[in-house]
Ligand binder design. Structure first.
Ligand code: HAM
Length: 423
């Protein structure tokens, strides 16, 4: 028998890769526009870097023995036998671009932001996807702790602007190449006696990346490390001084924070200040934004020895928080028209009010008043304007604010209607 060459099974998207549909997209646009607005006030310029880079860029920057590089990268060999990877994060590409284009030569301080898709082969769940989107910001060229406080203040500012105030800012310090190796040994000595209680992943991490044991979500690892020594108590004097100063400047800026001594990050490039903006509303995917200082990264990638600090936030997670906060982007006005002549007037008003900068909707099919009102409700329009024969004759019509039910009579003149919409 001949094999069937086609079937009716439809092709779906790849697991963990999502369509961002109308309704959802408005939230994304709001997040992106707010980020652009806030970042520009802090002097950041946008950079757009490729979605795919040479695999070694990520191995060298994020670290060979991190979960991202070991297990999660979408890497393949292309037709030219090059080993390439879909970017799992944005910092490595931005710093590669900074070095390759010698941006530091024109100005020793770079403030760059980016937005776009990232790819990690993780187990998908709410708030965790294989293609996800980040908005990130990076400052290079300033080692001063004021800049740590500034970037954290900017992050908080953005969330305030979005009306998302619930997440809390947690900070820690991961020290520097002088004090961290010593701490690593102290931690390993502590863990050595408890190795039998650790999960298989952490048993492996004991040798390769013992700090990550502190970050393990498995209950028995949490219990075994409850009283583990922390990096914070093992900082060298310059790192301890830096951390103190960051806190002083955060207080001066009025930016609330709390110290999380157990925070370690899943990327190896961090030095000194690290931070996460953490929510209680998204289950285990609690970090909505995260970042830290990476004073050795530019040099590690072949550039000059200049310090850096930055963060990235997860757009999908912020969008979930916006939804929980009741975000909606309603049209400003629905014009209900009764009869042909009113339909023409409504059409003319709509075209002119849209040009004045407002979102206006109407019914195109000459439906009943009840059905038009239902549509206005469905679109959650802020106002409705009802135009019938009487309104055409008097050139005035009732404008109703849907949230309060209050009604005002307005002349059927675009500028007069707009004056009310602006209130
Ligand atoms: P990260 O902590 O790996 O840091 O990711 C930053 C944020 O991206 C997370 O807090 C989360 O909101 C979001 N995110 C990460 N993975 C996923 C996922 N699979 N699905 C949905 N959202 C996700 C970095 O990527 C660093 N490059 C941040 C940075 C910038 N550090 C310095 N500069």
């Amino acid at each position: 028998m001949l094999a069937k060459r086609c079937c009716n099974v439809s092709i779906t998207a790849i697991k963990g890769f999502n369509d961002i549909l109308p309704g959802e997209v408005e939230k994304w646009q709001h997040i992106e526009a707010s980020a652009r607005d806030v970042f520009s006030r802090y002097g950041f310029a946008e950079i757009r870097v490729p979605i795919m880079e040479k695999t070694e860029l990520f191995a060298r920057s994020i670290g060979d023995v991190t979960d991202i590089v070991e297990k999660e990268m979408y890497s393949f060999v292309d037709k030219g036998e090059n080993r390439v990877t879909l970017r799992p994060e944005g910092t490595a590409g931005v710093i590669r671009a900074l070095i390759e284009n010698r941006l530091y030569a024109a100005d020793p301080v770079s403030k760059l932001f980016y937005m776009g898709p990232m790819f990690r082969y993780e187990r998908p769940q709410k708030g965790r996807y294989r293609q996800f989107h980040q908005i990130g910001a990076e400052i290079t060229g300033i080692a001063d702790p004021k800049v740590d406080a500034q970037i954290l203040t900017m992050l908080r500012h953005l969330f305030d602007e979005l009306g998302i105030t619930e997440p809390s800012l947690e900070i820690n310090s991961l020290g520097c190449p002088k004090c961290r190796p010593q701490y690593r040994e102290t931690l390993q000595a502590f863990l050595r006696n408890r190795i039998a209680s650790l999960c298989p992943d952490c048993t492996r991490r004991f040798d390769t990346n013992p700090l990550r044991v502190l970050d393990c979500k498995v209950e028995r690892c949490k219990a075994a490390t409850a009283d583990a020594p922390a990096m914070l108590e093992n900082l060298c004097p310059p790192c301890a001084g830096h951390f103190e100063a960051v806190q002083e400047f955060l207080q001066l800026a009025g930016t609330a924070y709390r110290i999380n001594r157990r925070m370690v990050r899943g990327l190896d490039y961090y030095t000194r200040t690290t931070f996460e903006l953490v929510t209680g509303l998204l289950g285990s995917q609690s970090a909505v934004a995260a970042g830290g200082r990476y004073d050795g990264l530019v040099a590690d990638l072949g550039g000059p020895a200049i310090p850096g600090i930055g963060f990235a936030m997860g757009v999908e997670r912020i969008s979930l928080l916006l939804e929980a906060a009741g975000f909606s982007k309603p049209a400003d006005l629905f014009i209900v028209a009764l009869g042909d002549a009113a339909g023409k007037k409504a059409f003319q008003l709509m075209c002119r009010i849209q040009r004045l900068g407002f979102a206006v909707e109407l019914d195109y099919d000459g439906k009943s008043m009840k059905s038009q009102m239902r549509r206005a409700d469905k679109l959650a329009c802020r106002y409705t304007l009802i135009v019938g024969e009487t309104e055409l004759a008097t050139n005035r019509a009732p404008l109703k604010e849907m949230a309060t039910g209050s009604q005002t009579e307005v002349p059927l003149v675009p500028e007069s209607i707009v004056l009310q919409l602006q209130r």
